[in-house]
Design a binder for this molecule. Structure first.
Ligand code: CP
Ligand code: NVA
Length: 325
């Protein structure tokens, strides 16, 4: 039986791991936003640097991924380090080796690891058993790297957080949960229009409301997408059938079809509202092609920012000296 180690903090005072936005200090989020913008500018100028020379990042994905996997891998290379994809079926985890033993051993080889998995408790176990930083690359509960880079996109487009209203319509899933945490952290209003049974995680909402009371944010959850979108500055949606929910397809399509982000719904938002989607998208389901490919959509720039924000996360977490297992 694995012994639990006390929560480790790094020299910066920030936690070793990045599992959720809610548990990050505001100062850490602000620092990431500054660093990501600086790294983006450097990348655009073509300035060479090797902030993570000699470091190796592991990538362990138990669900498919295009953006997260490729942007972490490319980002690590751009920072002068090396990324190592660990195909799940080719490591001993797939033959029953424990997470604890795998995490302890990999901590001796790697400087950090990104995990994409199902149950959120699995990334928590990785974090508890590793001495290297563990980054949540998406669980059924949350997608913090997405939400942090979405903050970057919103800041670029709108220049601020305070006074903005973000609307999220559709399935109150992992992406919605992290967006709520991010909005609460930076003091933005967020309104979610999700049908009964598909609303965001109640613990996430309760905890975000406590944070919102400190930051001036407001978290509203309702069943009417039109109320959620009314006068919004940012309109966000995500797929109705997240990875792992495929067997619920028919039920989900029935419940969520009134929540499609289409031209009619978008008209309720401010005329200069931007449309966001974490991608991959299903045109004709949660969003129409007209809106996803329309003039208000920022989804490709949004996806690009995954690269810059994740490089900032890597620099923040991996540059600090790693302890011994
Ligand atoms: N948005 C996002 O995380 O995309 P991938 O599933 O392609 O990584
Ligand atoms: N909610 C989606 C996000 C994909 C990036 C899923 O979990 O499949």
């Amino acid at each position: 039986m694995a012994t639990k180690r006390p929560k480790q903090k790094r020299a910066s005072g920030y936690a070793k791991d990045l599992l959720d936005v809610a548990t990050m200090p505001r100062m850490q989020v602000d620092e990431l936003l500054r660093l990501a913008a600086a790294l983006k500018a450097k990348h655009q100028r073509g300035t060479a640097h090797s902030l993570l020379a000699g470091k190796t990042l592991g990538l362990l994905f138990q669900k498919p991924s295009t953006r997260t996997r490729v942007s972490f891998e490319a980002g690590m290379n751009q920072l002068g380090g090396h990324a190592l994809v660990l195909p799940v079926g080719e490591i001993q985890l797939s033959r029953g080796e424990s997470v604890a033993d795998t995490a302890r051993v990999l901590s001796r080889y790697l400087d950090g690891i990104v995990i994409r998995t199902y149950d959120h408790a699995i990334v928590q176990e990785w974090a508890a058993e590793s001495t290297m930083p563990v980054i949540n690359g998406l669980t059924d509960l949350s997608h913090p790297c997405q939400a942090l880079s979405d903050l970057m996109t919103i800041k670029e487009r709108k220049g601020r957080f305070k006074g903005l209203k973000v609307a999220y319509v559709g399935d109150g899933n992992n992406v919605a949960n992290s967006l709520i945490e991010a909005a609460a952290k930076v003091g933005m209003q967020i309104a979610l229009g999700c049908p009964a049974g598909y609303q965001p995680d109640q613990h996430v909402v309760d905890r975000a409301r406590l944070e919102a009371a400190r930051t001036g944010a407001a978290i509203e959850v309702c069943v009417d997408p039109q109320i959620a979108v009314k006068e919004a500055d940012v309109v966000y949606t995500d797929v109705w059938i997240s990875m792992g929910r495929e067997r619920e397809q028919a039920r989900r399509l029935r419940a969520l079809s009134p929540y499609q982000l289409n031209g009619r719904l978008l008209q309720k938002a401010k005329p200069d509202a931007i449309v966001m989607h974490c991608l991959p998208a299903h045109r004709g389901e949660e969003i129409t092609a007209e809106v996803l490919d329309g003039p208000q959509s920022v989804v490709i720039d949004q996806a690009e920012n995954r690269l810059h924000m994740q490089k900032a996360i890597l620099v923040q977490l991996l540059r600090q000296k790693k302890g011994r297992a």
